[in-house]
Design a binder for this molecule. Sequence first.
Ligand code: ATP
Length: 264
Amino acid sequence: MARRVTAAETAPTTYAHEVRAAGLTLRAGRRIAVHELDLELGTGVHGLLGPNGAGKSTLLSAMATVLRPRRGELELLGVPAGSPALREVRRRVGYLPQEFGYYRRFTVREFVTYLAWLKEMPTAEVPGAVQRAIERVGLADRADDRMRTLSGGMVRRAGIAQAIVNDPRVVLLDEPTAGLDPTLRMRFRDLLRELGSDTCVVVSTHLVEDVAAACDSVLLLDEGRLVFRGAPDELAAAGTDSDDGDTASERGYSALLARRGSAA
Ligand SMILES: Nc1ncnc2c1ncn2[C@@H]1O[C@H](COP(=O)(O)OP(=O)(O)OP(=O)(O)O)[C@@H](O)[C@H]1O
């Protein structure tokens, strides 16, 4: 089915990068979770890797305008964090948090529709956009089932559907493949590649192979600092046979973190 071109897509852009951070420092509770990050992200799929507690979710929540920067600059679609114009920006951002709430009695369609309304989509466009988003995540046959009857992986897919329902310019996905079976993970990689052709997609994951297969660039965070940025094949090239991992990308990931550990 042909996808409708949204007003956001045809609007003139006044920014060089969808996401820009300079000296960005973020706090999570009492901890500084992200330290002085400099980053520019444009169209494409950007994989965010890093050990537990590296600051991935904190960074994504700041990009989603949920968390305000402690210090430094963060711009989304050319609009600085803290600006009143962020309300408009939020309509053009899709966000799947690591954990999200929903009314268990809602059907999948009602859940995605509700989020489309929250994003202030034009009413006439909502039913079609909801149907397309549900189809893209492979949940069409469960669209009218209640959320409480879904498996964990299906709930995750409903979460991805709400993140993309408004054809956003920036899509932020925090561990979207957690709980997805291997077949669905491979389908999801196709969806990522499709989204990344005209959207800035940032996806956090522990599955190094998902990044190698579906991302244009890799960002590796460790203890709140960006320790590597490059193409997936550069990540793979960073490792040697003596590093931990079953694949070249996993060995590259281990090598970069080990090198940082030994330099500290
Ligand atoms: N609400 C909070 N209160 C206090 N500290 C927090 C809070 N949320 C996160 N942190 C801390 O901030 C740091 C970064 O956490 P964050 O959740 O961003 O990491 P992550 O890379 O997403 O980790 P994971 O891979 O485990 O999801 C960690 O040290 C974590 O303990």
